[in-house]
Design a binder for this molecule. Structure first.
Ligand SMILES: *Cc1c(COP(=O)(O)O)cnc(C)c1O
Length: 393
């Protein structure tokens, strides 16, 4: 089997060749510590700030509002824990949603054990936050609202601007986990009243282990790592210069062709969605039909076990996911699929396919043709399906 079709770009992406090339000199001849005085090394400080510029420009921020972290999870941890601590004298209430990434949810649970009160908002059947619920959840003690820009499992894009407006009107900080949205959707932190934003290099063809945190000027967040004066004393440690050059180069690349790239992905995605919904019975699309990430499709197939589906697809060289990479290996169905109201047995039969710009309609044909056969085959072996068909007759 020679074919390998990678359809798990929400889990991670391939580092673009030009990104790797831009990084290489910073491992070898340009290895200097940016904090050193001599110009050979101090030049790297300038290089880091150029990457900050690129990223700031992409989201309508100022250069000194961009911080480099060790990834999306670190940025999410920083946003929640360190504003919670800094604003504890103002209140102890935080609002988030039931469909956040575990980097947010588990951090919120950690804070709950330390005396913070967390409201986890429900979402509607498409996975969107209901603005009336958000307004109703606000208390005089609310210090932070954290809602993801777009969901990593079902792709649904949140009404971020409206959420930001509500937060702003109430004088509450607004953080968004934009790890899936960054590089795929236009983002403007002022228009959306975003005070803090997380992004991660490896989700947009940059390297792993490097992330972005945007912090609006005036936000009183506590430092995440104490030590040297790097990152304006807020995140100490010698900078990951190759990683920072990598994430900056990847951001520039993503911004340069965002419109054409995502237009193509949308077209191929819709082709995939239409073929699956039309040709495979007892199947549903999860997430909003149109307000969804350009590269995301997520389906549930009745009478099918998601894990079996993944194994069979793997045998055909197709890399897919049943939800998020972080939950695979556990038998619990996805918290996101449960939150949009799917019963356990339907949530268990779910499949996430996330595209990139290289995926063509012919690739989708290969996937759907195989998927049809695999689903039919798995159902043939299912006693539940047998009962169901008997009852139909
Ligand atoms: C991948 C992901 C993260 C975690 O990012 P890492 O860089 O892997 O730590 C956080 N939030 C969302 C929505 C993600 O998709």
């Amino acid at each position: 089997m020679s074919k390998l079709l990678y359809l798990d770009n929400a889990a991670t992406t391939k580092t673009a060749p030009e990104v790797v090339e831009a990084m290489l000199p910073y491992f070898t001849e340009k290895f200097g510590n940016p904090s050193s005085v001599y110009s050979f090394a101090a030049a790297n400080k300038e290089v880091i700030n150029q990457q900050r510029d690129t990223i700031a420009e992409m989201i309508g921020a100022k250069t000194n509002e961009i911080y480099f972290t060790g990834g999306g999870s670190e940025s999410d941890n920083w946003a929640l824990k360190c504003t919670a601590e800094a604003y504890a004298n103002k209140g102890n209430h935080i609002i988030t949603t039931k469909i956040e990434h575990h980097a947010i949810l588990h951090t919120a649970e950690y804070l709950e054990k330390r005396g913070f009160e967390i409201t986890y908002l429900d979402v509607d059947e498409d996975g969107k936050v209901k603005l009336d619920d958000l307004k109703a959840a606000i208390r005089p003690t609310t210090i932070l609202i954290s809602v993801m820009f777009a969901n990593n499992e079902i792709g649904t894009i949140q009404p971020i601007k409206e959420i930001g407006e509500i937060a702003h009107e109430h004088g509450i900080l607004f953080h968004t986990d934009a790890v899936q949205a960054f590089g795929q959707l236009p983002i403007n932190v002022d228009e959306c009243h975003i005070d803090m934003l997380s992004a991660s290099g490896h989700k947009f063809n940059g390297p792993k282990g490097i992330g972005i945190m945007y912090i609006r000027t005036g936000v009183k967040i506590r430092s995440f790592i104490h030590g040297g004066a790097q990152e304006r004393k807020r995140r100490a440690g010698t900078e990951n210069v190759p990683g920072i050059v990598g994430i900056g180069t990847a951001a520039k690349r993503a911004a340069a062709n965002m419109e054409e790239r995502t237009a193509k992905e949308r077209e191929v995605r819709d082709y995939l969605i239409d073929r699956v919904l039309n040709e495979i019975p007892y199947c549903r699309l999860n997430g909003h039909r149109t307000d969804r990430l350009p590269n995301n499709a997520n389906f549930s197939f009745q009478f099918v076990e998601g894990e079996s589906l993944l194994i069979k697809l793997d045998m055909k060289g197709i890399c897919a996911s049943s939800g998020s990479a972080c939950t695979s290996g556990s038998l619990d169905p996805s918290h996101v699929l449960l939150a949009i109201g799917l019963p356990h047995e339907i949530a268990h039969g779910s499949l996430r396919l996330t595209l990139n710009e290289e995926i063509e309609k012919e690739d989708i044909d290969y996937v759907v043709d195989n998927l049809k056969e695999i689903v039919a085959h798995l159902r043939e072996m299912s006693p539940l399906y047998e009962d169901f068909i008997k009852k139909q007759k």
